[in-house]
Design a protein around this ligand. Structure first.
Ligand code: CA
Length: 222
């Protein structure tokens, strides 16, 4: 796993890099915003640990630029205790998590593990993939091999949720919350109808993926 550390406090940057290397990550370290952006834009990293206050260009600017260039690398922001505004701003700009300085090694490693945990692979802004099954945002469809099939909006939204959390049981309540909202009076059997449509469509494109039922709980994409 390849990480980028962008931090201008050289001692902290080198200590971070040392800790991460000891934990089997391969690490590039840069000490200012301009180099940070150049490296981030390569898109080769599995995660970026990004300080906010940097010479040359702030961490927030780097993040904005990255996301504008469709670089989806997960980002962990390093913030000082006084930078609450920046932290909120950072999360709004597409940071995945933040860590307040000073921090202990254990917490850093836990956050980095969470950050780099593989989800459905994001290929680009419009496509997410799970074992060859691709979900296409721009055409509202799924594909496998050369086959594809259109989805209704609700089918798409449910598939998006499943593919972002593969091999995990998604409780029905959570699917309803996410897609219909808290105030919804959608009956659980409505979801079952959508799931059965999705299963048929997954079969139509000949993908080996399956939506499994966890009886009484919810569904998982396997
Ligand atoms: Ca700094």
């Amino acid at each position: 796993m390849k990480l980028l550390v962008v931090e201008d406090e050289v001692q902290l940057a080198d200590a971070l890099s040392e800790i991460l290397k000891r934990n089997m990550y391969s690490v590039d370290t840069v000490y200012d915003g301009i180099d940070g952006l150049d490296n981030a834009l390569t898109g080769v990293y599995d995660g970026i640990i990004l300080d906010i206050m940097l010479p040359g260009m702030s961490g927030i600017e780097i993040l904005k630029n990255m996301r504008a260039e469709k670089i989806n690398t997960p980002v962990l922001l390093l913030t000082a205790r006084s930078e609450v505004e920046d932290k909120i701003n950072g999360l709004d700009c597409g940071a995945d998590d933040y860590l307040t300085k000073p921090f202990v090694t254990g917490e850093l490693l836990a956050r980095v593990r969470a950050l780099t945990r593989r989800k459905g692979e994001i290929i680009d802004e419009n496509r997410v993939e799970f074992n060859g099954l691709e979900l296409h945002k721009n055409t509202c469809s799924i594909s496998y091999g050369g086959n594809d099939v259109k989805l209704s909006l609700k089918e798409f939204q449910i598939m998006e949720l499943l593919i972002a959390n593969p091999k995990q049981i998604l409780p029905k309540e959570r699917i309803i919350e996410k897609i219909w909202g808290y105030e919804s009076d959608v009956e659980y059997n409505n979801i079952e109808v959508y799931i059965s449509f999705l299963r048929k469509k997954i079969k139509v494109i000949k993908s080996p993926a399956q939506i499994k039922t966890a009886r009484g709980i919810g569904y998982s994409l396997e």
